[in-house]
Design a protein around this ligand. Structure first.
Ligand SMILES: Cc1cc2nc3c(=O)[nH]c(=O)nc-3n(C[C@H](O)[C@H](O)[C@H](O)COP(=O)(O)O)c2cc1C
Ligand code: SF4
Length: 484
């Protein structure tokens, strides 16, 4: 992962420990309405893919265990990991693109209800993504995948070359020569792996996204309601389809790209179709980027515009992340796929303890506050979730007091210690296992390996806990019992 060149080291701490009475009177542990439902407290576990589904997208015992463990900490809400809306093979990513996924999802909902004693609201994050291929071996790409055209012959200075000749000449070239012969998208496919974009209007399935996505998202939302979730979170963040529609890099000319109004058109149409079809009791929220953090990407001003548009359309919550784009991702090794959290924008999404003068902990606060203010100025009370480096009570309470946000999201801190909210509420903040922001977990995510926290394995091992297939790591955080 990219890291700021300043390389200043930061340490997260438990901060000032509140008494149980102070916690009980705090903003953090006060309720907040989310559309048709209410969170008992303003604590939120954002979506995290733990790579525990089956290869064909079903809920497994490991998925159940994972969410049961979070639910025992009784946060206000848990957002279930990014879950694919299409009925297509997607590797071990949870799926909701067909009714056959419902029994597993229902069990998951019931497990969270039981483990949280009914205190935690459960949303599922709905995702659509475009094709991303692994970086090919150069010879294989030039001999098999490249579509040879007359412009290659022209660039090689001989229009009479056969296809086999062109391929042979390209294979023999140095990189700098090759770069001048290949088109920019061919060069990128060779260096990073082929990747579809919303701008690929020559591909019918990309051109038709505005026609198919509202229906696909709505069908998935209906299934989520049937499975018993309290609502959904539309994944309009990071490197995926809907975020690409919102991006300034979206240059579509069909009314769905270019201007701010056009870029938010499909995201709003998806929301409208879902709202039309799910019941009034079902919450529909959105996660998108406060800032894409890439050159020529959408910034806080764009995000404020989108937030006001979503709020005006009646969205039930807005959760803000940042960065995590393909555009500035590192070149993958041959055989690997490009990963959107390896560049500068990836750092902004999941900042690590090695940082710059701004540090890793509050990078999303001011952008979120700006967006929230724009929404409030537009007359909407929609709750805003802020996430990024939040790890103690003091910080969370400060965000709420300063009106940065209405709900506090903590991903890695909740991974490090799923009981941290519960401990704070009981006045036991000094017992919280504070995240070290090493991004060990994120490295596992990158390799699509079961995500775990390195702090869990530093603790004494209890008998009977589930371990990763190599036996080296705990699959869930160690158990914790509140004192009697
Ligand atoms: C292992 C892992 C998986 C993640 N998966 C998702 C995901 O499925 N959807 C999403 O919107 N964000 C995902 N994220 C990003 C987090 O939700 C969060 O925005 C990010 O980690 C920054 O918050 P934090 O500093 O509290 O960890 C993931 C993060 C981690 C560490
Ligand atoms: S592995 Fe654990 S301590 Fe390290 S960043 Fe992830 S959650 Fe935090």
């Amino acid at each position: 992962m990219w890291r700021p060149p300043q390389r200043i080291r930061y340490e997260a701490t438990a901060g000032r420990v509140a008494s149980a009475a102070e916690a009980a009177a705090s903003r953090l542990f006060s309720p907040v309405a989310i559309g048709p439902t209410t969170l008992e407290q303003r604590t939120w576990v954002p979506a995290m893919v733990p790579w525990r589904a089956t290869e064909d997208g079903y809920v497994t015992e490991d998925v159940i265990d994972w969410y049961e463990r979070f639910a025992r900490g009784q946060p206000g809400a848990i957002v279930l990991e990014a879950t694919g809306i299409r009925d297509v093979p997607s590797g071990p990513l949870l799926r909701i693109g067909h009714d056959r996924f419902l029994p597993g999802l229902r069990r998951l909902v019931e497990t969270v209800r039981k483990a949280s004693e009914g205190r935690t609201r459960l949303f599922v994050q709905l995702i659509d993504f475009l094709a991303v291929r692994r970086r090919p071996e150069a010879k294989k790409f030039l001999e098999r995948f490249l579509v040879v055209a007359d412009r290659h012959r022209a660039a090689l200075g001989d229009p009479s070359l056969t296809e086999a000749d062109v391929r042979a000449r390209l294979v023999a070239m140095r990189d700098d020569e090759l770069k001048s012969v290949l088109a920019p998208d061919e060069w990128e496919a060779l260096q990073f792996g082929y990747r579809e974009r919303v701008n690929d209007m020559h591909l019918p399935h990309i051109r038709n996204l505005p026609q198919v996505l509202p229906g696909l998202f709505a069908e998935a939302a209906l299934r989520a309601e049937a499975a018993g979730f309290d609502g959904i979170e539309l994944h309009y963040a990071h490197a995926y389809t809907m975020s690409s529609f919102l991006s300034r890099t979206n240059k579509r000319t069909d009314g769905y790209g270019g201007s701010l109004e056009n870029r938010v058109r499909l995201p709003l149409e998806v929301f409208a179709e879902i709202r039309r079809r799910v019941s009034e009791k079902f919450a529909v929220g959105v996660r998108f980027l406060a800032d894409e953090c890439i050159a020529d990407g959408s910034d806080v001003g764009d995000a404020s515009h989108f937030a006001v548009a979503f709020a005006g359309a009646g969205i039930d919550f807005i959760s803000l992340s940042r960065g995590g784009k393909f555009d500035d991702a590192k070149q993958p090794s041959v055989g690997d796929a490009v990963y959107p959290y390896t560049g500068r924008s990836g750092y902004e999404c999941m900042p690590q303890f090695i940082s710059d003068e701004r540090g890793p902990f509050g990078r999303n606060a001011e952008p979120t506050a700006t967006i929230r203010k724009a929404v409030r100025d537009a007359g909407s009370r929609v709750p805003i979730v802020c996430t990024g480096g939040i790890h103690n009570f003091e910080m969370a309470e400060d965000y709420l007091a300063r009106e940065v946000c209405d709900i506090v999201g903590a991903a890695r801190q909740s991974l490090a210690d799923p009981d941290w909210f519960h401990k704070i509420r009981l006045g036991l903040g000094s017992e919280v296992r504070v995240c070290e922001y090493t991004n060990y977990c994120e490295g596992l995510d990158q390799k699509h390996k079961p995500v775990t926290c390195q702090l869990w394995d530093k603790l004494a091992s209890a008998d009977g806990e589930r371990r990763t297939p190599d036996g080296k790591r705990r699959m869930t955080a160690p158990a914790w019992q509140p004192p009697e």
